[in-house]
Design a protein around this ligand. Structure first.
Ligand code: FES
Length: 79
């Protein structure tokens, strides 16, 4: 199994728009965090693709250890 890279030790706030589809980087290698830029290619990892149900400001996981992807669940605090 390919190792996930920690992209940041705090969540990143992002404005999500209702109806839009997003691809959250799960591997941590993207230089366009928290979004996938294809850098996972060649690994077994894949982005979490999701659709925003409402206009919200969301805390996106940057440490890539969350149990509730793509959102922060506080896992970065135990790194
Ligand atoms: Fe990280 Fe695509 S670049 S999941």
């Amino acid at each position: 199994m390919d190792k996930v890279q920690v992209a940041g030790k705090a969540p990143q706030m992002e404005q999500l728009e209702a109806g839009n589809t997003y691809a959250w980087c799960a591997c941590g290698k993207s230089i366009n965090q928290p979004w996938c830029n294809g850098a996972h290619q060649g690994t077994e990892l894949a982005p979490k693709v999701f659709r925003a149900e409402e206009n919200i400001t969301a805390a996106m996981c940057m440490c890539k250890q969350t149990k509730n992807p793509p959102y922060c669940d506080g896992s970065h605090m135990s790194l």
